[in-house]
Design a protein around this ligand. Structure first.
Ligand code: NDP
Ligand code: MG
Length: 391
């Protein structure tokens, strides 16, 4: 076969680096066409030197000059600024766009790739959450494909192959429960940044690690699943599974439950999104259940992890609710990572924005972006106001 050309948006992040390891192992059938980073110049330059893509992009334009300088001896085009992701997603010589940037920043590129009918291997869940309707429609209308990289959604995608869409009675997303699975409300009140950043199972970027601690990640995944699998929210459940071996499950109308199991390692879902429908030998450790011993499951604590119950409400509400939910979270997590707010304030700020927002339906991309900007502003204003009152 002729080699498949892959663009990795966010190649310097946790998913991006794992994707490069996977592609290394896949051999000459897969080639790197483009790589991007936001500000990690050194690592991007190193990756460019090793993989020789035709083009690289740095979305924070302040870093364009040092990047150009670092790879001036190579015949690689350098793009800069946020829109460079859109340019790369549309390149004719790119077959697969693997989106591994963090947050809503990936939205334009994901939509552009969908409109070009590309194969989208999508790790970056936020665009699906905020513009799921527009995005899935663009994929359908332009003959493209979305393949989930998120481990739970990859599991569901795999399990779905056991029957037809109409035969599915529900999908069950598993969750490790995060670092505070057993914590009391009083303990969660005192959580530090360091504690929130130490996930018991997965080694991921800082934003999704905090999202896992609040269980906002699972809330976003409920909405992601709703759009990816065209599944009513009432047929989506969450189950806590601390060992993270069962990556998710699908129940069919006859009561049969099909699950996908594997070591907790993102290489497998990344690889499957690239090679689908083929399965090839992978670099990950194979699962040995006798070593795992015990698999346990619990109900999620919806009263304690309010983000998760809000996620279900938002998914049912539809319209601009999800964009506000996501943007408020992104802004609040930034405030938390910067040490300006407490851990519990993240979800309080999200709830504040949702309560204040008047949901609009049948919205355009512009209206979604307006709601996104409003929520981010609202979080900033609330944090500043609170800081003033405290002083
Ligand atoms: P990281 O923070 O590790 O990496 C993010 C990547 O995006 C980096 O390459 C970063 O560049 C780049 N980036 C950061 N900000 C911007 C921006 N404003 N515009 C464009 N690019 C930007 O994140 P993860 O790899 O952990 O996560 C990526 C996505 O995948 C997220 O949406 C996450 O929810 C999802 N995901 C991640 C999983 C994981 O195991 N990590 C599992 C499932 C889903 P730079 O290095 O220069 O900052
Ligand atoms: Mg996940």
């Amino acid at each position: 076969m002729t080699a498949k050309h892959i663009a990795i948006l966010g190649s310097t992040g946790s998913i991006g680096k794992s994707a490069l390891r996977v592609i290394d192992s896949l051999g000459p059938d897969y080639a790197i066409a483009a790589l991007t980073a936001h500000s990690s110049v050194e690592l991007l330059a190193e990756q460019a030197r090793r993989y020789k893509p035709r083009v690289v992009a740095i979305t924070n334009a302040d870093y364009a000059a040092p990047l150009r300088e670092a790879i001036c001896d190579l015949d690689i085009e350098v793009l800069a600024g946020p829109d460079s992701l859109i340019e790369i997603a549309q390149l004719d010589d790119v077959d697969i766009v693997l989106t591994a940037v963090v947050g809503a920043a990936g939205l334009g590129a994901v939509l552009a790739a969908a409109r070009k009918g590309k194969r989208l291997a999508i790790a970056n869940k936020e665009p699906l959450v905020i513009a799921g309707e527009l995005l899935t429609r663009a994929v359908r209308e332009n003959g493209g494909t979305i393949l989930p990289v998120d481990s739970e959604h990859s599991a569901i995608f795999q399990a779905m192959q056991a029957g037809s869409r109409e035969e599915v009675s529900k999908i069950i997303l598993t969750s490790s429960g995060g670092p505070f699975r057993k914590a009391t409300v009083a303990e969660i009140e005192k959580v530090t940044l360091e504690e929130a950043l130490s996930h018991p199972v997965w080694d991921m970027g800082p934003k999704i690690t905090v999202d896992s601690a609040t269980m906002m990640n699972k809330a976003l995944e409920v909405i992601e699943a709703h759009w990816l699998f065209d599944m009513p929210v009432d047929k989506i459940e969450v189950l806590i599974h601390p060992e993270s071996i069962v990556h998710s499950l699908v129940e069919f109308v006859d009561g049969s439950v099909i699950a996908q199991l594997g070591e907790p390692d993102m290489c497998l879902p990344i690889q499957y999104a690239l090679t689908y429908p083929a399965r090839v030998a992978g670099i990950g450790k194979h699962l040995r259940l006798e070593e795992v011993g015990k698999l346990t499951f619990e109900k999620p604590r919806l009263e304690t992890f309010r983000a998760l119950s809000l996620g279900f409400e938002v998914a049912r509400t539809g319209g601009t609710a999800a964009v506000v939910f996501n943007a408020a979270n992104e802004a609040a997590v930034q405030e938390f990572l910067a040490g300006r707010i407490k851990f519990v304030s993240i979800v309080e700020l999200i709830e504040h924005c949702l309560n204040k927002h008047k949901v609009k339906r049948d919205v355009s991309l512009e209206e979604l972006l307006e709601a996104d900007a409003w929520a981010r502003r609202e979080v900033k204003i609330s944090v500043k106001r609170k800081a003033k009152n405290v002083k």
